[in-house]
Design a protein around this ligand. Structure first.
Ligand code: CAA
Ligand code: NAD
Length: 283
């Protein structure tokens, strides 16, 4: 399959990063969100990162300009009419995602692949709400997208080999490394990562140590680039909570119960870096 034009749904931290790497790799990209404000925010982040790459002499001014020329923004899902691939990166909520997939299924051409960047939700269930389940797949990028090499590719029960192979090829065209996994809650990445983050939050909740101390232990003791609480703030505490809920419900095992402190922070609107406050203060 020859993908020329693609669309990214959601211009948040993941969607904007995904749009950037596709545009840099030469694809025509349409970036979608609910409002012009959200699109502007996403696009200005991309411009800033490209300018930094120019300063560091990683790309030329010409490459930056050509990348931005390949990037359009739109608030209309109908604009997927000429896209060969659509990647959804909206909030981690099943109802919102299935709504998006049903609308895309109506507007995207029949040959188009519909992928989700979900962190944990069942791709099999998302595929089932469309009329093209064999062309639905998980394409899970890691944050920050322009830096991280992995794309976890999740096969739904219905995903065809042709769809899998197309996504594997595209991942390599982005200079990223594909890893194939099956469709179970949290896949591999978040089934392993998120319980560690949740446990780190429990150690703060139970007064074992401060956030700074927990992060220092994991950074200096385990050589992690970020401590788990800094990482949780970076991912977004709302996203962390949604993922823990998916693991808890999906496996029915109490070892995945989200820490009450995580719930409380999300209720307070302390979502981490993106809201200015989480375990740390950002503004
Ligand atoms: N977006 C784009 N690029 C970014 C960035 C961002 N948010 N943050 C940092 N970078 C870039 C910097 O620009 C820099 O690039 P240059 O060398 O071109 O300047 C490079 O990353 C290194 O940055 P820094 O030197 O400032 O900082 P660092 O060495 O501490 O690296 C980091 C930053 C790459 C984010 C590193 O701390 C790291 O790897 N952290 C862990 C990230 C991680 O675990 N990600 C997975 C999250 S889980 C997930 O994504 C799945 C899920 O479903 C929740
Ligand atoms: P975010 O909150 O930064 O961005 C979500 C964006 O989606 C917002 O701009 C919002 O306006 C937009 N949106 C919401 N509903 C929409 C709709 N119906 N149509 C169009 N746009 C809509 O979230 P994020 O961190 O970018 O996460 C997005 C997805 O990527 C989630 O499924 C998340 O689990 C997954 N993910 C997140 C990370 C991470 O580290 N944050 C890593 C990998 C995957």
């Amino acid at each position: 399959m020859n993908v020329k034009t693609m669309m990214v749904i959601g211009a948040g931290q993941m969607g904007a990063g995904i749009a950037q790497v596709f545009a840099q790799a030469g694809f025509q990209v349409k970036l979608n969100d609910l409002s012009e404000d959200a699109l502007q925010k996403g696009k200005s982040g991309i411009e800033k990162r490209l300018s930094r790459a120019v300063e560091k002499e990683r790309i030329s001014e010409g490459e930056k300009a050509a990348t931005l020329e390949r990037l359009q923004t739109t608030t209309k899902l109908e604009d997927s009419y000429d896209c060969d691939l659509v990647i959804e990166a909206v909030v981690e909520n099943m109802d919102v995602k299935t709504n998006v997939f049903q609308t895309l299924d109506k507007h995207a051409p029949s040959h188009a692949i519909l992928a989700s960047n979900t962190s944990s939700l069942p791709i099999t269930e998302i595929a089932a709400v469309t009329e093209r389940p064999s062309q639905v797949i998980g394409m899970h990028f890691m944050n920050p997208v322009p830096v991280m090499k992995l794309v976890e590719i999740i096969r739904a029960l219905q995903t065809s080999d042709e769809t899998y192979e197309a996504i594997e090829t595209i991942t390599k065209q982005l200079s990223k490394t594909p890893v194939e996994v099956n469709d179970f809650p949290g896949f591999v990445s978040n089934r392993v990562l998120m319980p560690m983050i949740n446990e780190a939050i429990y150690t703060v909740y139970e007064g074992v140590a401060t956030p700074e101390a927990v992060d220092e232990v994991m950074k200096l003791g385990m050589n992690h680039p970020m401590g788990p609480l800094t990482l949780a703030d970076f991912i977004g505490l709302d996203t962390c909570l949604y993922i823990m809920e998916v693991l808890h419900e999906g496996f029915g095992d109490s070892k995945y119960r989200p820490c009450p402190l995580l719930r409380q922070y999300v209720k307070a609107g302390w979502l981490g870096k993106k809201s200015g406050r989480g375990f740390y203060q950002y503004s």
